[in-house]
Design a protein around this ligand. Structure first.
Ligand SMILES: O=C(O)CCC(=O)C(=O)O
Length: 283
């Protein structure tokens, strides 16, 4: 009888411990415990057993949206350093539109184009949003190659999805002579895009959490372009010296990350995540 009660007690302790600590997990010295999974997850719930990777430390500079002027953005970050801007409040309507229920109701039968989650995104597959959500959107397995993992990010049809895109307010900080092109996505826990680079841009998480890794243009990270970010995190990251480690930050709803031109970046979704990037290109 005592064994029976003891087992129940141990089981309860495990659950209490798990639920009080799961948003404070981190790798490294400082935790991203301030970035938590919002209880209001828009229906994109991620069970803790599906969280195959943890949030990490945040050593990218963080500033409050309300205190960052356009002038400071240009002076301190636009051409030189990434920054995480917190407290973005102007996309609440867009956020409501991205709830699972609303997206399936409004866009479930529309076609989306999935890309393989490797650096050069070769493979493209067209499916309906409903098919993706019900049958393809899954936590990443450590053993699946990036080029065998299908990820929805970009290749958006702005005409068919105009109701959604028109609702998104682009970041208020501007780079002279550039304009933003939007790229919207939804992906499972543990998925992400391995290291790559292109022009400057912003990434915003609408639901879920996303861990970003960044290195300057001259510091190419060591990675296999066909392996997933999760594979890199488990197999390469722990062996990096402090000098080789990328900058990183885990961002959640209300955070916006900016990456300058040609900075290497890789991403890893901690939860099932809805996200949107604004790529800045010449006008
Ligand atoms: O959000 C992601 O997972 C990919 C974002 C990205 O790589 C980009 O914005 O260039």
């Amino acid at each position: 009888m005592w064994h029976f009660h003891r087992n129940i007690l141990l089981y309860l302790c495990f659950y209490v411990l798990h639920f009080t600590t799961q948003n404070e997990q981190c790798d490294g010295d400082s935790c991203s415990s301030d970035v938590t999974t919002d209880k209001n997850d828009g229906g994109w719930y991620t069970d803790f057993r599906e969280q195959v990777a943890k949030p990490g430390p945040c050593n990218v500079e963080r500033v409050e949206a309300a205190t960052l002027t356009q002038e400071d953005f240009i002076k301190k970050y636009a051409y030189t350093a990434p920054v995480v801007i917190s407290g973005i409040k102007y996309n609440e309507e867009f956020r409501k539109m991205c709830s699972k229920q609303n997206m399936l109701r409004e866009f479930g039968s529309k076609t989306i184009r999935l890309s393989s989650a490797n650096t050069y995104s070769y493979k493209k597959v067209d499916v309906t949003l409903r098919e993706y959500v019900e049958n393809i959107l899954k936590p990443q397995s450590l053993y699946t190659l990036g080029n065998e993992t299908l990820y929805w990010f970009g290749d958006n049809n702005y005409t068919e999805w105009s109701d959604l895109f028109e609702q998104y307010n682009q970041p208020q900080w501007k780079l002279p002579k550039t304009e933003g092109v939007l790229s919207f996505g939804l992906a499972g826990a543990g998925t992400g895009v391995p290291f790559h680079f292109h022009g400057p841009g912003f990434g915003e998480v609408i639901y879920g959490r996303k861990r970003w890794f960044l290195t300057p243009p001259e510091q190419k990270p060591s990675f296999d372009p066909d392996q997933t970010t999760l594979h890199w995190l488990v197999n390469n990251y722990p062996h990096l010296s402090e000098n080789e480690k990328p900058l990183e930050c885990t961002i959640g709803p209300g955070d916006l990350i900016y990456f300058p031109d040609r900075w290497w970046h890789g991403t890893l979704n901690i939860d099932t995540s809805v996200f949107i990037s604004t790529f800045l290109g010449p006008m």
